[in-house]
Design a protein around this ligand. Structure first.
Ligand SMILES: [Zn+2]
Length: 251
C-alpha cells in the first residue's frame, strides 16, 4: 500500500476543493435536519389535534341526529295540530246532528281522531326523550371542545414560532452554504448534488484507512489500490461500489 502516496504530486487545488465540498455537505446535512424538524409536528400538538378532530366529528354526528329528531318531532306535532282541528270541527258538527244515527257517526269519528292523537303523542314521547339525551351529549362534547381548543390554539401558536425560528436558522445556514460553494468548481458541485439526490443526503464521503486497506466511509467497501491512489492524489474519484465522491480526509 506504500505506493498509494506515490510519486505523483497531489493536486493541491482539487484536494482543497474536495475538503471544502465535504465541509459544505456538513452544512447541507444540517439544513436537511432542520428542515425535517420544521416539518414534523410536536407530539403533544398531534395528540391534542387528533382529540379535537375526534370531538368535532362526534359533534357533527350528534347535530345531524338532533336535526333528524327535530324533524320527526315537528312532523308529529303538525299532525296532532291538524287532528285537533278536525276533532273540533267534528264536535261542532256533532252539535248540529239531526238524529241519533248521525250523533253516533260523529261520536265514532271523534273517537277515531282521539285514538290517532293518543297514538301520535305516544310516538312523540321517545322522540322527546332521545332529543334530551342528544342535547346532553352535545353539551358534553361542546364542553370537551371548549376545554381543548384554547390548548390547541396555544400549541399551534407555539409551533408557528418554533418553525419561524428554524426557518431563520435555515436561511442563515443556506447563506453560509452559498458562500462556501463559491470556492468549489461548478462541475464538482453539480456532480456532488446529483449524487446527493440519488443517495439520500450524502454525495461525498471520506476514505478511511484501516491497517493496510482503505475503505469507503459511505458503504464500507474495501477500495482497490488504484482507486485509493487516485483519491490520495486528489483526483475526482467515485467509490466503485456506492458511487459517492471520495475525499482522502484530513489524515
Ligand atoms: Zn462507497
Amino acid at each position: 500500500m506504500g505506493n498509494v502516496n506515490g510519486a505523483d504530486a497531489p493536486q493541491r487545488g482539487q484536494l482543497e476543493a474536495l475538503k471544502a465540498l465535504y465541509a459544505l455537505q456538513e452544512k447541507d446535512l444540517e439544513i436537511d435536519r432542520l428542515q425535517k424538524e420544521a416539518e414534523s409536528l410536536p407530539e403533544e400538538l398531534l395528540a391534542v389535534k387528533a382529540q379535537v378532530e375526534a370531538l368535532e366529528r362526534e359533534l357533527g354526528d350528534l347535530l345531524e341526529r338532533q336535526a333528524e329528531l327535530r324533524k320527526a318531532y315537528t312532523r308529529h306535532s303538525l299532525d296532532i295540530e291538524d287532528l285537533t282541528a278536525k276533532e273540533k270541527q267534528a264536535e261542532a258538527e256533532q252539535r248540529q246532528a239531526q238524529n241519533a244515527r248521525e250523533q253516533t257517526q260523529y261520536e265514532n269519528r271523534i273517537q277515531q281522531i282521539k285514538d290517532r292523537i293518543k297514538e301520535l303523542l305516544e310516538l312523540s314521547t321517545p322522540i322527546m326523550e332521545a332529543m334530551e339525551e342528544v342535547e346532553a351529549q352535545i353539551a358534553q362534547v361542546e364542553e370537551g371542545l371548549a376545554g381543548l381548543r384554547p390548548r390547541l390554539e396555544a400549541l399551534l401558536q407555539e409551533n408557528t414560532l418554533r418553525v419561524e425560528a428554524l426557518k431563520v436558522e435555515i436561511q442563515r445556514l443556506q447563506e453560509e452554504r452559498e458562500a462556501m460553494a463559491q470556492g468549489i468548481p461548478t462541475p464538482v458541485l453539480k456532480e456532488y448534488e446529483a449524487i446527493r439526490r440519488a443517495r439520500k443526503g450524502t454525495g461525498i464521503v471520506r476514505m478511511l484507512r484501516q491497517g493496510q486497506v482503505f475503505r469507503c466511509e459511505g458503504c464500507n467497501v474495501v477500495l482497490p489500490t488504484h482507486v485509493a491512489q487516485k483519491v490520495v492524489q486528489g483526483q475526482l474519484t467515485r467509490c466503485p461500489s456506492c458511487g459517492r465522491l471520495l475525499w482522502k480526509g484530513e489524515g
